[in-house]
Every structure is written in C-alpha cells, then in structure tokens.
Write a protein of this length. Structure first.
Length: 212
C-alpha cells in the first residue's frame, strides 16, 4: 500500500490486482478509481515524479506501470527468476530490488531506464553478506532519506545503511547482524537515527547515523 505525494491517490496491492483509489482527506472520502490486473503483490513503489509504479509479484517478476494523465498502463515486465519481497524507486528512473531466496546470491539489484526499458545494471549491483540460513522477508520496507542520500535495507538477518551517490552507484556504510529475520525498523525524517525492533531482543534499539 502506498499513498502518492500530494495524498490524493492510494495504491494497494492485493492477491489478484492493484486497486487505485481517490483520496479526499478533507471530506473523509475514499473512491474507487481503477483496478490493474496483477498476481499477488509483495512490494509496491512509486517514483517521485509519479510517472511509474513498480511492483514485485509472487510469479517472480517485476511489473512497471506508466502513470498517464487519466490512465495507468502496463509498461514493462521483468522476469527475475527468483522471489523478491522488496523494491523501491531511488531516483526518477532508477529502482532497487532485493532477491529473497535462501540459497541464491545475496545482493541488491539496480535497474535504470535506458533506451525505453528498465535494465539491470551489472556494474551497480550491491553485494551483501552471504547468508544461507533463511529466506528474506517483507517485514521491513526499504527506507530512503533523500536529503542525506542514504537508504536503510534489511536483508534476512542483517540491516544495512547504504549511501547513494549522484552517479547512481551505492556504497555500504555499515551493517548490523541482529541474528533473527523478524526485524522491523524505520529512519527518522531527518535521517539522523535508525530505529529497530527484533523478536530476539524484544526491545527497541536506536542508532545514531553519522556519515564521514
């Protein structure tokens, strides 16, 4: 589920569709606008200009939808050949996607819009710690702070802080192994602190974010 930036439209992923709803907070109204056919949705993301909507699905694919003035149309389907539970637009024409399977390569894939298609950028792949102990989960969405150009990503049992550079590449700043895959977390609005909760310690932990 995701709300657009001026809070007038709500996109919700369901078992067999994406529902687009018109939102009117002033009059407390929620009206159906459109339904998009889709398999079970694990993650949904909207780019900042609200021209593309991305979803990752149960059928091991990423769907890109182009948002036009009055309609939303399917733009591209990317076959990933493995499950993924989290994706997020980082820039207008760039998003990241996390594979979820237990025995696959542990990394974050980066896709850029080039020549009219979103394409995997081999030179921008972010390699994570190898972990075959469990599947990834969708309990902790990707969190981005555009002012400080950092993102927080939980993959399996580890939380990563990653810096985003202007050239579209990435660097892991630090990481923390919480020894459990049941982790929830977010970042403060100003990007100066990371708040985590996990089912092993069963307590909140707050970490200051300092970038040299």
């Amino acid at each position: 589920m995701i709300l657009n930036y001026d809070e007038t439209k709500l996109y919700t992923g369901e078992n067999d569709s994406i529902s687009v709803l018109d939102v009117d907070f002033q009059n407390q109204k929620l009206d159906f606008n459109q339904s998009l056919p889709a398999k079970k949705i694990y993650s949904i993301s909207l780019n900042e200009e609200e021209t593309f909507l991305a979803t990752c699905c149960v059928d091991k694919s990423i769907h890109l939808w182009e948002i036009k003035c009055k309609t939303i149309e399917l733009y591209q389907i990317i076959k990933t050949h493995q499950l993924g539970y989290n994706l997020c637009f980082i820039k207008h024409t760039q998003f990241i996607w996390l594979p979820a399977e237990q025995h696959k390569i542990n990394c974050i894939y980066v896709y850029d819009l080039q020549n009219g298609e979103f394409q995997l950028q081999e030179d921008k792949i972010i390699h994570l710690l190898q972990d075959d102990t469990c599947f990834d989960s969708f309990l902790f969405p990707i969190v981005i702070n555009k002012e400080r150009n950092i993102i927080a990503v939980r993959h399996k049992v580890t939380v990563y802080l990653i810096q985003v550079f202007q050239n579209g590449k990435y660097k892991i700043i630090t990481h923390k192994n919480l020894k459990t895959d049941e982790i929830y977390g977010t970042m403060t609005n100003n990007g100066t602190a990371l708040i985590l909760w996990d089912n092993l310690s069963r307590k909140y932990q707050i970490f200051d974010i300092e970038i040299q």
